[in-house]
Design a protein around this ligand. Structure first.
Ligand SMILES: NC(=O)c1ccc[n+]([C@@H]2O[C@H](COP(=O)([O-])OP(=O)(O)OC[C@H]3O[C@@H](n4cnc5c(N)ncnc54)[C@H](OP(=O)(O)O)[C@@H]3O)[C@@H](O)[C@H]2O)c1
Length: 303
């Protein structure tokens, strides 16, 4: 089968169209014919050599979320059948024509959900869900989302509103402000003067803050938070340690994904596709995500 694979770690150009062995579904697993795969900053770090999953074996296929059609069911799989349209999560391997995953890492794709949206839904939606649950976001809250225009940020803004937050302040470049307004956020520009701009919207401070942008955003969040236990980062872990912020963690699950798809079906979560790249241009997809800027989600269209 065709896959966008690494034969070594390195810059985006090491990600190349490669013939690799088609996997077979084992017991409790399904094989999915991949229609599209989401691209995460996580994948770019893996490509660059960050590989906390044992000894890496090349060719290594990145990609930790996907949507496609079940085409083989291993022994003991009863919840899915060949032909089912699904989306799901993995750690690696989704930039490929076929992927094998445990059957408890997929859920049914809503009938009208486009393939590219389905492919890019799991990672950011589940990340936003974990973070906002950890922050106990709920009715009446004023919430700060740093990095609000990205894949994670846009879903965090919408989820905070769906869970009853009264005011969601989202930081982004001005070019993305109108988009953030359309999602229900009060947009503000990041960079020098950030704390003053947040205070202009929330003079009493914010109830909860999520950093999906970097150390400066995390420092500003701590300055404006009423309770530092309601500040978390998805990215600036050294700074969090330096500031004495508490640790947190969470795991993806089909229960979480199903709850989020319920909100999608109700029209309360949407995803803007920034760009869809064909499999042979996976390196360009990585350059795009690696830029650190842009609105919404980058995906790879596989078949
Ligand atoms: N499941 C998850 O989603 C997950 C889990 C763990 C960690 N993370 C981490 O969370 C971060 C964001 O992920 P993502 O998928 O949303 O990435 P992304 O789609 O590439 O978005 C990055 C966003 O950051 C914004 N940005 C850049 N510099 C900024 C700054 N100084 N202040 C505020 N916004 C800034 C950019 O907006 P502009 O174009 O407006 O500059 C862009 O929209 C990544 O570091 C990722 O590794 C995500």
């Amino acid at each position: 089968m065709r896959a966008a694979a690494l034969s070594s770690f390195g810059p985006p150009e090491v990600l190349r169209l490669t013939e690799v062995e088609t996997p077979e579904a084992g017991s409790g697993q399904v094989r999915v014919r991949v229609k599209a795969a989401g691209v995460q900053p996580f994948d770019c770090r893996v490509r660059g050599g960050w590989h906390p999953f044992g000894t890496p074996e090349f060719p290594l296929v990145p990609g930790n979320e996907f949507a496609g059609v079940v085409d083989q069911c291993g022994e003991g799989v009863t919840d899915f059948a060949v032909g089912d349209e699904v989306l799901g999560f993995t750690v690696l391997n989704s930039y490929a024509e076929y992927l094998v995953v445990p059957a408890d890492q997929i859920v049914a794709k809503p009938e009208k959900m486009p393939w590219e949206i389905a492919a890019g839904f799991s990672g950011n939606a589940q990340g936003a869900h974990m973070a906002l649950r950890e922050l106990s976001v709920g009715p009446g809250d004023t919430v700060l989302i740093n990095g609000a225009a990205g894949g994670l940020g846009t879903l965090s803004v919408q989820l905070a509103r769906a869970w009853g937050a009264t005011t969601v302040i989202g930081t982004a470049r001005e070019a993305n402000h109108e988009h953030l307004r359309s999602l229900g956020a009060v947009p503000i520009t990041y960079g020098e003067g950030l704390v003053e701009r947040i205070r202009a919207v929330a003079p009493d401070g914010v109830d909860a803050a999520l950093d999906a942008a970097g150390p400066e955003a995390l420092r500003a969040s701590v300055e404006v938070a009423k309770d530092r236990d309601r500040v978390i980062t998805m990215i600036s872990f050294d700074t969090a340690k330096e500031l004495g912020l508490r640790d947190w963690g969470g795991a993806r699950s089909t229960e979480r994904l199903t709850e989020l798809l319920g909100l999608y079906n109700e029209g309360r979560l949407r995803i803007h596709i920034r760009q869809s790249y064909p499999l042979e241009r996976a390196a360009d997809a990585h350059r795009d995500v690696g830029s650190g800027h842009g609105r919404g989600k980058v995906v790879i269209s596989v078949s």
